[in-house]
Design a protein around this ligand. Structure first.
Ligand code: SF4
Ligand code: SF4
Length: 497
């Protein structure tokens, strides 16, 4: 079973040098032998520390400059990757190292290649697109997990677009907003970068720093500097302790504030626990290997529509308009079709269909296709008699004479619910109904109808892959669906997706 308490460590060594000479970069200088020796010693000390911990799940190396041109980094990553508790180890790089040779070094040191993740940055002023692409192809051939990206320099749009087009579709390419652009991006520039990176708009918004929602402030992630000092993230200067002295890694680590106003870059932002889209980056978003969803299945009441509200928040509408360019957007709701569409009219143009009435009805709008999972006629009559005997107001939903959902409202609904459960043996293996008591509604559907089977039916029809489907919901009847899909968001009152 997955250990949810494993920590993410970011490590920044002593190195401050690079084989490239990007004009804006303070680390574009060549390395001295003494610097390398000191860096190697610190790295070995750090690896020993991780070896002694059983609660570290991932290590991401984030150097100032380029580390992977030095073999000792590959050896260190190999040692880390052999630790049974360590799930992933990675490094940021300009991808200028000799791929085959370095993988040989890694292999010879006993490294586990499946655990390797590389964050590869393309520098268009330093290397040709073709040369960088060839390096990416080698990584793919060698089955190394990696992401690719670049700074969103407006003048480089065409080259970045070409790189995206030539990269394999399975490789995620990111674009970072440019520091020091001195003006906002134009709409055309944003549109071009969004075509490359679906997540680009998330980095344009200003995300207020919030210690309560930050893994670094809650002891779930640590930014470790070469001397062992720990800060909550790469931009916060708040010193929390030192891993080589008295610092205890056990959570909870509660600090009131991190001293920063915003989580202003992706590395910091990846620590946020309240950003639903982070689910697309897997268990350790620090490696930035994202999956762009093929389809999204979204619960309505309590998830898309905040409690106490009648309609979907404007921000969520905008986000879904954005995601509809990449993914099929579907509702997965206990509401019947007509009610759901009335509540969600603001996103209707972006909807491809949905699972309604808790799976009693499944629709694909473009295909004009509908599947009904009905309740047996005989059972319908028994249910209606029982509900009426308890003075429950009944509503029947049917299509082509097939009843797929019955709802009841009235007083003492929980008593009625208990009677129905007993008389209709809803818990028995051969039960014919599913009963849900949600707020002031008693909802009755056929036993085979539930959100997960409805969602699976749509996935099968369109060939959506399980690990590329995002599901969001907040209540008991969403549980099966959320447990099934790795990209699932358990969230009340979703702010944005
Ligand atoms: S590749 Fe990165 S570290 Fe090296 S000079 Fe360019 S920006 Fe600096
Ligand atoms: S700035 Fe850093 S420490 Fe502060 S909330 Fe954001 S990620 Fe956490």
């Amino acid at each position: 079973m997955e250990n949810k308490s494993l920590k993410q460590i970011f490590y920044r060594g002593l190195i401050k040098s690079c084989n490239y000479s990007c004009a804006y970069c303070p680390f574009s200088k060549h390395v001295s032998k003494r610097e390398l020796e000191a860096d190697a010693v610190e790295l070995v000390r750090f690896v020993h520390f991780v070896e002694q911990r059983t609660d570290v799940g991932a290590v991401q190396i984030v150097p100032y400059g380029e580390a992977l041109i030095h073999e000792y980094y590959w050896e260190a990553m190999a040692v880390l990757s052999k630790l049974p508790q360590l799930e992933l180890v990675g490094c940021q790089t300009n991808l200028s190292f000799p791929v085959e040779h370095m993988l040989k070094v890694f292999q010879q040191a006993g490294g586990c290649r499946e655990k390797l993740r590389l964050w590869c940055t393309f520098h268009p002023t330093m290397v040709s697109g073709e040369c960088f692409l060839n390096q990416c192809k080698l990584l793919e051939k060698e089955q190394v997990g990696f992401c690719v990206g670049s700074v969103g320099v407006p003048e480089q749009r065409e080259r970045l677009t070409q790189l995206r087009e030539k990269l394999s579709k399975a490789v995620y390419m990111w674009v970072n907003p440019m520091d020091g652009l001195g003006r906002p991006y134009t709409e055309a520039e944003i549109a071009d970068f969004v075509k490359i990176d679906a997540f680009f708009p998330y980095l344009l918004k200003h995300t207020k720093a919030q210690a309560a929602q930050c893994k670094g402030c809650q002891g779930k992630a640590l930014f470790v500097h070469s001397n062992g000092d720990v800060t909550p993230c790469n931009i916060s200067r708040k010193r929390l302790g030192n891993i080589y002295q008295s610092y205890d890694l056990e959570p909870p680590l509660e600090i009131k504030g991190c001293g920063q106003r915003e989580c202003s870059c992706y590395l910091a932002y990846s620590n946020r626990m309240d950003m639903p889209e982070m689910v697309c980056y897997g268990k350790y978003p620090a490696f930035r290997v994202a999956t762009v969803p093929q389809a999204m299945f979204l619960d309505v009441d309590g998830t898309l529509i905040k409690e106490g509200c009648e309609s979907i928040d404007e921000q969520v509408v905008k986000q879904l308009a954005h995601w509809s360019q990449y993914a099929g957007i579907y509702l997965a709701t206990s509401l019947p079709l007509v009610h759901a569409l009335k509540k969600c009219h603001a996103i209707k143009p972006f909807l491809s269909g949905g699972v309604f009435a808790n799976g009693g009805m499944v629709c694909l709008f473009q295909e004009k296709k509908t599947w009904i999972t009905s309740i047996e006629q005989e059972v319908v009559q028994t249910v209606l008699q029982l509900l009426r005997a308890h003075s429950v107001k009944v509503r029947i939903y049917e299509q082509d004479g097939k009843v797929y959902k019955i709802t009841g409202t009235g007083r003492k609904l929980s008593q009625t619910y208990d009677v129905l459960r007993e008389k209709l043996a809803v818990n028995a293996d051969n039960a014919k109904l599913t009963l849900v008591l949600e707020g002031k509604y008693l909802e009755i559907t056929g036993r085979e109808a539930n959100k997960l089977t409805g969602v699976q039916r749509i996935c099968e029809y369109y060939g959506y892959e399980k690990d590329k489907v995002l599901a969001a919901g907040d209540s008991e009847n969403d549980k099966d669906m959320l447990d099934f899909f790795p990209m699932s968001v358990l969230r009340r009152n979703i702010e944005a997706i």
